[in-house]
Design a protein around this ligand. Structure first.
Ligand SMILES: Cc1cc2nc3c(=O)[nH]c(=O)nc-3n(C[C@H](O)[C@H](O)[C@H](O)COP(=O)(O)O)c2cc1C
Length: 137
C-alpha cells in the first residue's frame, strides 16, 4: 500500500493531526500546495471547517487530483462545532471520480478559546491509531 498525507491549516491544528497520521504511515505530512505526483492507494486529507465550509484551497487541491494516481481519499480533521467535513470533501472528490473512504478521523479543534488545547495529546494519539488501522493486516 502506498500512502500520502496532505493537509490545509489556518491555525496549526490540522498540521498536528497530519504529522501524527503521517508518522503512523511512515510518510511526510505535506501542505495541499504540494501536488500528489506519485501514484498512491490512499490519500489522507486533513482539513477543517471555516465559516461552515472547507477552504477553497482544499477544494482546488481535490479538483487538481488525478483519478489515475489516487485510489481513495481518507478524510481527517477537527472543527470547533461542526462534525465531519467528509460530505464536503466527498462532493468534490466525486466530481473528479475519486472514492472517499467511509472511515474518517474527526475531533474537536480549538477556536477562539473554545475547546482549549484541542487537538490534545489524546486526539493526536487517536489520529495516529486511526491511520495505523489502515496498515494493519
Ligand atoms: C476563520 C475560521 C472560521 C471557522 N469556522 C468554523 C465553523 O464554521 N464551524 C466550526 O465548527 N469550526 C470553525 N472554525 C474552527 C476550526 O474548524 C477549528 O479551529 C480547527 O481546529 C482549525 O484547524 P486549523 O488550525 O488546522 O486551521 C473556524 C476557524 C477559523 C480560524
Amino acid at each position: 500500500m502506498k500512502y500520502a498525507v496532505r493537509y490545509y491549516t489556518k491555525t496549526g491544528n490540522t498540521k498536528r493531526l497530519a504529522e501524527a497520521v503521517a508518522g503512523a504511515l511512515g510518510v511526510e505530512a505535506l501542505p495541499v500546495s504540494e501536488p500528489v505526483a506519485e501514484p498512491v492507494d490512499l490519500l489522507f486529507l486533513g482539513n477543517s471547517y471555516y465559516a461552515f465550509n472547507i477552504d477553497p484551497e482544499v477544494r482546488d487541491f481535490i479538483k487538481s487530483l488525478d483519478r489515475e494516481k489516487v485510489g481513495k481519499i481518507v478524510n481527517f480533521g477537527s472543527a470547533a462545532m461542526l462534525k465531519s467535513t467528509r460530505k464536503k470533501v466527498k462532493a468534490e472528490a466525486d466530481k473528479v471520480g475519486i472514492p472517499t473512504d467511509e472511515r474518517e478521523f474527526h475531533c474537536r479543534g480549538e477556536f477562539k478559546g473554545i475547546h482549549k488545547g484541542r487537538p490534545n495529546e489524546d486526539d493526536v494519539k487517536a489520529a495516529a491509531d486511526f491511520a495505523r488501522s489502515f496498515t494493519a493486516k
